[in-house]
Ligand binder design. Structure first.
Ligand SMILES: [Zn+2]
Length: 115
């Protein structure tokens, strides 16, 4: 019975050592954080590249159809969100457009400053 009690004690003790291991791991994972940051940066760069090549996605309201059919006959109306195009500019493309606009504004102001 005493030996069982003794074996019951090390279970919380191992949890404690796991906590200690995580604490030491957080202190020593600077390299791992750098790797994660690198992977995230690569993923974001890849996403932005895909948004450069394929800037449009399907409109979420009309699912890329661009119009809503009436239940009666062949009547339909255009989707108000995408103006009937069925296209949606992807989030990354908005970011790229914003960066380009900011860069263009900077170049314009610098060229004005030169003159
Ligand atoms: Zn739409």
């Amino acid at each position: 019975m005493l030996s069982r009690a003794a074996t019951a004690i090390p279970i919380p003790a191992t949890h404690g050592s796991e906590l200690a291991a995580t604490v030491t791991a957080t202190a020593h994972t600077a390299g791992q954080v750098a790797t994660v940051l690198l992977v995230v940066t690569i993923a974001v760069a890849f996403y932005l590249f895909t948004c450069l090549v394929w800037p449009f996605g399907k409109c979420r309201r009309c699912k890329g159809v661009g119009k809503f059919k009436s239940p009666f006959g062949n009547a339909f109306r255009h989707c108000g969100k995408c103006d009937g195009s069925g296209l949606r500019v992807r989030l990354g493309r908005h970011v790229i457009n914003h960066i380009r606009a900011v860069r263009g504004a900077g170049q314009n102001s610098s060229s004005k400053g030169d003159r």
